[in-house]
Design a protein. Structure first.
Length: 318
């Protein structure tokens, strides 16, 4: 409930449409050489766990480059026994937006429904929209055919698996999840055979399992031998924080598939672009009519069905 109609929340990638996210990519390109401070004099409340290092560094830097001031607050403060209207209304006196990393997305959605200022989710228990968007932004720059590639997510259900599933639905990506049975994300195209999955992959994303389940994921470790069987130009994207020798082997990380830690640097421009769009400083292109959007959604659903059938055919053929 942003009071300014130009403002909007980002709680999940599926809350926006493909055209919106493509506009964020275009804006991120222009922000690389930003020489002004469009948010000078503004403040942004950053709700983040105290132990966070990577996320806090990235968010504070993005806010600073835009000329704004970051108000650092403990994410647990969002669980106050207070009416969301009162909490967000009071906060709006001192902050022009909220950036949130919190383990409970429904709590954040409840706050956003009453908030007069934009709410931006960087990560929750159910998604990680800004990181996934940054990864796709980088893949898009390296591979113009990025929407036609085969993506394989190797890891358990969780924020990262669900975030990539959100992205696949918005962009129509060919995404498979590979993990032991029982660890897959609801609604994902699930495959247990890791060698088969990687053989047809262009992009392999890895995520570590919780410590208590790591023994079950040993057969799903991505190695250089497996990556050598992937398609030409394949990329290996381990999600930080990752452990060398755990979900991904040392030799795989030393091979040509891993683009290195610099791959994550574009999270800065993506985060800056999202902040500007959500705060209403940059307008998104007009959305298609409701009828056209319904037709497009039906087409994406049919495409997802075709992808599933194609993967099933590959199983039978091999």
């Amino acid at each position: 409930m942003c009071h300014d109609k130009r403002m909007k929340h980002l709680l999940a990638l599926t809350d926006w449409v493909k055209d919106d996210l493509e506009a964020v990519f275009d804006l991120a390109d222009r922000l690389k050489n930003l020489d002004t401070e469009p948010l000078k004099g503004k403040s942004i409340a950053l709700f983040i766990p105290q132990e966070s290092v990577f996320w806090r560094s990235m968010a504070e830097h993005a806010i600073d480059k835009l000329g704004a001031h970051a108000i650092i607050l403990d994410a647990m403060a969002l669980e106050r026994n207070e009416d969301p209207r009162d909490f967000t209304g009071l906060l709006a006196n001192f902050a022009s937006a909220m950036m949130v990393r919190h383990e409970n997305l429904p709590i954040v959605r409840t706050l956003a429904a009453e908030s007069p200022i934009p709410v931006i989710v960087t990560m929750s228990d159910r998604n990680n929209p800004t990181e996934v968007l940054s990864d796709i932004y980088q893949i898009r720059k390296r591979r113009p055919d990025w929407q036609k590639l085969n993506y394989v997510f190797v890891g358990p259900d969780g924020a990262h698996a669900r975030g990539w599933l959100e992205a696949s639905r918005v962009f129509g990506l060919n995404l498979r999840q590979c993990c032991p049975r029982g660890f897959q994300t609801s609604g994902s195209l699930f495959w247990q055979d890791l060698p088969k999955a990687i053989k047809s992959a262009d992009v392999v994303i890895t995520r570590s399992a919780p410590p208590r389940h790591r023994a079950e994921f040993v057969p799903f470790r991505v190695t250089s031998e497996l990556m050598e069987s992937a398609r030409d130009g394949a990329m290996l994207l381990p999600i930080p924080t990752f452990t060398r020798g755990d979900e991904v082997s040392e030799d795989a990380l030393e091979g040509p598939w891993y683009p290195g830690s610099d791959f994550k640097a574009s999270m800065l421009e993506i985060q800056m672009a999202i902040i500007l769009v959500c705060m209403g400083y940059v307008e998104l292109p007009p959305r298609r009519s409701r009828q056209k959007w319904a037709i497009a959604a039906a087409r994406e659903k049919a495409k997802a069905k075709q992808i599933e059938q194609r993967y099933d055919s590959s199983d039978d053929a091999e």
